[in-house]
Structure formats: C-alpha cells, structure tokens
Design a protein around this ligand. Structure first.
Ligand code: OOG
Ligand code: MG
Length: 268
C-alpha cells in the first residue's frame, strides 16, 4: 500500500537540460512545479546537473551565491527561505564593463556584498568561525535572470534554476576586519538611486549568509572550498535592467562597483 502512494522519481537530467536550453536559447520555461511535484532535494540535484552543463562548456566553478536572505527579497519573490546556488567564472562581469541584454531573458540587478574565502566552510558553524575563513570582502552586484516565464517560481523551481544565477560583479577587495554589520548601500541606475538599503538587511549581518551557506552546502550536495567567492544575497528588492542603463552600487566604506548595458541588442 505504501508503495502505491510513492511518487515517481523525477527525471533530473531532463529538467537540467531544459533549464540549460532555456538559458542558451533565451526562451523561458513554464515552472517545473506546474508539471510534477519537485522536492527541495530533487531541486538541488537538478541544479547540480544544470551547472554540469556549464562546466562541460569549459566554464569553471568560482563560488556560491545565497539568495532570499533579506526581507525585501523574500517579499518581492514571495519565498522566505534562504537558497543556495553555484557560481562559475563564465558568469563574472568586469567591474566597469558592458553587457548586452540579448544574453539574458529578463535580467535584474541586486546590491550585494561578496566574500573571498581562504578556508573551506561546512557544517554547523558560528558567525565568528565563518568570518575566520574570510580572506577579503567587496561591494558586489548580482545580475539574476529567471529561466521561468514572468520570473515566477516556487522554492523548488528557483533552486533547480540555480537560484536565477546569471552574472556577478566584484568591486575593490578589503580586509575582512572592517565592520560590515550596517553599511549603507545605494544602487543607482543612470545616476538616480533606485534601491537604498543596508548590509544589516542581509540576515541581520552578511556573515550570517556564510553560516547559512555552510548549513545548505550538504543539502545542495556541494563543498565550499578555499578560493571561492560567496555572494551574500541582495539587501534590497531587485531592479530590472534596461537597454543603455548605467548601473552602479556604492557601499559605505568599501566602495563602488558598476557596469553598463549596451545601447543595442547585438551579441558581441
Ligand atoms: C532568486 C535569487 C535571489 C538574492 O540575492 O536574493 C537572489 C530570485 O529572486 O530570482 O539572488
Ligand atoms: Mg542575489
């Protein structure tokens, strides 16, 4: 009887392929969860297989990202639970560089803080233990892009889609002994402030994202290694990107990072 109620195993490789194709073709998908029940464990397995597609294209693993670590993001997306995604080198955008919108489906930008790790992270750890593994901190912008239509998803959907990871920018690195508990953060588009927040909005202190990352790594089937970048998650709601936009984030004490969106839609 128990057997009859057991659900069918989901096809991890098929969903990973579909998400990878949505990214490369620019054609968004309906939500996975609309078709079948997807558990969080399934979702992290799909994420791992999805990122394998990037690695098979000579992209290299560069770190991890946390998402939905602020109330503003939880409210914007309707999901109040931190999520864990994987970053690769191919997602890195140069500070001061330019991107083209045609490489994305529906990109948005987020003001973040990044950590560079000098030691691996894992298991239950304290904030102090997490900070002891940090080599440097930097102001950072994340470019997110959902492979689901209309940027709508459940927790499992977004985890499977590698937490909407698409691009990231790193500003100047600083020693980790700077107090980052409450730094003002201003995201500007074309010189106008569009999102204003504080690093305190990230779980009360961005270092708590490292604690969450260490906890979630096991669920995600991942190991957080020395040399990894960790994006702590957005302090504010995300802002849509438009053609020609000049995007800049300034974080009190630690500086500025930014980029431009090309005027035309040509792929470079
Ligand atoms: C999910 C990823 C959220 C953040 O910093 O909160 C995220 C999404 O909103 O698409 O990267
Ligand atoms: Mg983010």
């Amino acid at each position: 009887m128990a057997r009859a109620s057991r659900r069918l195993a989901i096809d991890v490789a098929k969903h990973a392929r579909a998400l990878d194709e949505a990214m490369t073709s620019g054609i968004p998908l309906p939500q996975l969860s609309a078709g079948e029940a997807v558990t969080l464990v399934d979702a992290y397995r799909i994420q791992m297989a999805l990122v394998e597609h990037r690695l098979n294209r000579q992209d290299e693993r560069s770190g991890i990202k946390l998402g939905l670590t602020s109330r503003a993001k939880a409210a914007q997306m309707g999901i109040a639970e931190p999520i864990y995604g994987r970053l690769t080198d191919g997602m890195l955008i140069d500070d001061g560089g330019e991107i083209t919108l045609s490489a994305y489906i529906q990109p948005r930008v987020e003001p973040e803080i990044a950590f560079l790790l000098k030691a691996p992270l894992g298991g239950p750890i304290s904030v102090a233990q997490a900070m002891a593994a940090v080599e440097a901190i930097a102001p950072a912008i994340e470019v997110i892009d959902s492979r689901y239509r209309d940027f709508k998803f459940t927790l499992a959907d977004v985890v499977a889609d590698n937490c909407s990871a698409a691009g990231y920018l790193l500003g100047p690195w600083h020693r980790p002994d700077i107090d980052i508990s409450n730094l003002g953060m201003v995201l500007e588009i074309d010189g106008r402030p569009v999102q204003i927040g504080s690093s305190a909005a990230i779980l009360g202190h961005p270092a708590r994202s490292l604690v969450q990352a260490a906890r979630l790594a096991a669920l995600a089937g991942d190991r957080i290694q020395a040399g990894y970048i960790v994006m702590a998650g957005s302090a504010t709601a995300a802002e849509p990107l438009k053609v020609g936009a000049a995007v800049s984030l300034s974080v009190e004490t630690i500086g500025r990072v930014g980029f431009r969106v090309a005027m035309d839609q040509q792929q470079q």
